[in-house]
Write a protein that binds this ligand. Sequence first.
Ligand code: ADP
Ligand code: MG
Ligand code: ZN
Length: 476
Amino acid sequence: MQFDTVIGLEIHAQLKTASKIFCGCSTTFGAPPNTNVCPVCLGMPGVLPVLNRRVVEYALKMALATDCEINRRNQFARKNYFYPDLPKGYQVSQFEFPIAEHGAVEIEVDGKSRRIGITRIHMEEDAGKLIHDNHEQVSHVDLNRTGVPLIEIVSEPDITSPAEAAAYLKKIHAILRYLDICDGNMQEGSFRCDANISLKPVGSDKLGTRTELKNMNSFRNVQRALEYEERRQRDILLDDGAVAQQTLMWNPDTGRTTSMRGKEEAHDYRYFPDPDLVWIEIDEQWIESTRASLPELPQQRRDRFINDLALAPDTAAVLTGDRELADYFETALAVFNNPKKLGNWIVSELVRELKESEAEVEAFKVTPQALAELLTMEDKGTISGKIAKTVFAEMVKNGKDAATVVAEKNLLQVSDEGELLAAVREIIAANPDQAQQFRDGRTKVMGFFVGQLMQKTRGRANPKIANSLFARELAD
Ligand code: ADP
Ligand code: MG
Ligand code: ZN
């Protein structure tokens, strides 16, 4: 029996506003517990919320960037449930009339493009945070986060594999970052995702029973958790069992999911329109001025990189997946105008360095100008391609520029025949067997000779000159 995998994601993005959604409290992360609070976000009786206009503006930006239809009249609703991190006993969210619906984004996986539908985007407030102290056997409540604005972006169950889920999540992340409305930090929880997954017999149009996965705080973990859950459900179904609809907690240490609770249904929350908040009215002019203010988005930038700069689609996708990385590329390009070479260098060497040092592009020691200068030196033959990588590693470590590293370490490429000739002759004399092989027509041994010379010169010999010198000397 073969199964189709069906995945839908619910993404929560914290909006980068200075103050909370219904009061003037600061949204700064990391303040001492329970200092960014007031009677409104603490849910004291008799207080009234006042909507932060910027929250609507940001939600509108996201809605337009993801091709949604805007509900020009939309409304807040109370989602009622009890939890110690929720002082009011309800969360102000949107239910029947969200700000936006029926959108979509494009994703690419293995060179294949797909459109993933967005069911809805709605605005809501965040809850507080529980801190469990296992040592003292107590739990603490920090309400600094209560009332911090969120948008929730709900996808259609259009995603067909864990890899697609990761690609979709990255695309949403990139759009939020391009719009500059969310800092996107998954570790700190300003960008979170719940993943719903089910399996159904191939071709069937009836959805299977789903589980909901929580607690994945990296792109990698979202994919891993879904892969695990896909296997788990398949095993159950192959065994003629039934998948239980439930919420599961991903444990990154064990690489497994464990049950948290049975899945609640919408009617359990007794949603009703919040009587303290009026309808939100968005007029055409607000929509059009917001649309006009949108920056170039990841997809458009990617297309421009492919069409105008002739970059490979994969390279363009990696570069534009992160706004800062794409900016870095374009700044360097203004100095070193070889898009292909620069792009390849960034997606291989630079991205690897970033991963290894877990650094952000903004904090990277090598400036775009410095990288452009390094590549210019390589381009002119001042240093070899291999040496360029060594120099780059030095630059990453100590922030020095390429010319300084090259001078300090004496890494200039040697292109002068006279300087190389003695070494070439020595190598030939020391390896008569290989020399004979070459003369017998097995020209592949050229690689061996050039390699020997590179070793002797610590990689500084100009490979082109080395090749022609050996060819000449061996022919004699
Ligand atoms: P919730 O009860 O979690 O609020 P929704 O019905 O709004 O749920 O769906 C939440 C997410 O689950 C959406 O992204 C949706 O696409 C996805 N989803 C719904 N049904 C299934 C299913 N059978 N299999 C996989 N994903 C599903
Ligand atoms: Mg859900
Ligand atoms: Zn407050």
